[in-house]
Design a protein around this ligand. Structure first.
Ligand code: PLP
Length: 362
């Protein structure tokens, strides 16, 4: 198997040795021991600070997609109306997931290189009166960062639940769950938190919990058991203690560094990455700088290269970047600079290799 010196894939990101160490020791039985429940509570409290919320947070075992499915299935019943605010692969994808679950879905759609316009969202939400509005903070495949405050206010105006995927921004960019009226906020461990893809987290508002109870969804990914899991000392399965120990460290590191400096570091590294690309004559994918995400940069594959050729040339020199998906496949490539990869020296090494590849040509 080939491995690379410089990894700048936007998730799963490189797991730093301090977090790997949490996986290399023995723990007890997560479903039986007091210590595990206290660890869970500390993780919940750290995450609450990072995401600016007093809401309870479910921490489930599984890849980030578990959070997306869990929150949809737990608050909806077939036939419910869902308004999917979409400006990228995940936004449109979440609408499709809800459709597959039998919901009546309307999409308020925008270009992949742009962000949602709240006025259009307001118009659609008033007319359609959905039970749930879904949105994505950072569209990882296209490198955009949407602003959510106004959409949250609209959700309150029309009295609907607000579901937000901040899987690739939470922890690296300011996310204010309570101020933005987010009822269901979704996070995965393999992005900014820089862990393996082991845990899926959902912030759940009081409004959302009461609907979870009403809907009564049961299944591996159900939210319901997490409401009282700690209070009742009852987990729906044997949890991943290693990952929970890693999460405790990962969140503690972020809080120890302080949120403003962490957000600032992500912004500075992203700005540096964009500057280097532009100096090489590479065009950024998002329509303007102000909507570029601090966690991932998406750029256009230059006209004289195919993505396959570029990817091969980079890997040959020890750098791994990412291509993109769906309509962006082979047109867009991405640099992930979140969490452990929000590191100026690392991104500099990556950009130096990219520059050398362009200078040498095919
Ligand atoms: C990573 C990610 C997810 C989780 O999906 P995987 O690609 O399966 O890890 C969900 N939403 C967004 C925006 C993501 O970046």
């Amino acid at each position: 198997m080939q491995t690379y010196d410089v990894g700048l894939v936007p998730g799963p990101v490189s797991v730093p040795p301090e977090l790997r160490a949490a996986y290399q020791v023995n723990y007890g039985s997560s479903d039986l021991e007091e210590e595990f429940f206290s660890l869970y509570q500390r993780c919940e409290s750290h995450l609450g600070k990072i995401l600016a919320t007093r809401n309870r947070i479910s921490i489930q075992s599984g890849e980030g997609m578990i959070a997306l499915w869990s929150a949809l299935k737990s608050v909806l019943r077939p036939g419910d109306r869902v308004l999917a605010v979409a400006n990228g692969v995940f936004g449109y994808g979440i609408g499709n997931m809800a459709r597959q679950l039998g919901m009546a879905v309307e999409t308020v759609g925008f270009g992949y290189d742009d962000v949602p316009d709240p006025q259009q969202v307001r118009e659609a939400a008033k007319r359609f009166s959905p039970r749930l509005v879904t949105a994505v903070h950072c569209e990882t495949p296209s490198g955009t960062l949407a602003s959510l405050k106004e959409i949250g206010e609209i959700c309150r105006e029309v009295d609907t639940l607000f579901y937000v995927d901040f899987v690739s921004s939470g922890g690296g960019v300011e996310v204010r769950v309570d101020d933005w009226h987010i009822d269901l906020g979704l996070l995965g461990s393999q992005k900014v938190l820089s862990m393996p893809p082991d845990l899926a987290m959902v912030t759940v508002s009081e409004r959302a919990w009461s609907i979870v109870e009403e809907v009564g969804y049961v299944g591996y990914d159900a939210l319901a058991p997490w409401k009282a899991a700690v209070a009742d000392r009852r987990l729906p399965y044997t949890h991943n203690w290693h990952a929970m120990a890693g999460l405790h460290l990962a969140t503690r590191f972020i809080l120890h560094d302080g949120l403003p400096p962490v957000f600032q570091r992500h912004e500075a590294v992203a700005a540096y990455c964009r500057k280097r690309l532009q100096q090489m004559g590479i065009e950024l994918f998002p329509v303007r700088d102000a909507i570029c995400s601090p966690t991932v940069t998406a750029a256009k594959v230059p006209a004289d290269w195919s993505w396959v050729e570029l990817d091969q040339a980079l890997r040959f020199r020890g750098l791994v970047l990412a291509g993109s998906y769906g309509p962006l496949a082979s047109k867009v490539f991405r640099i992930g600079h979140m969490g452990s990869q929000a590191n100026r020296d690392l991104v500099e090494r990556g950009m130096d290799i990219l520059e050398a590849v362009f200078e040498d040509g095919k």
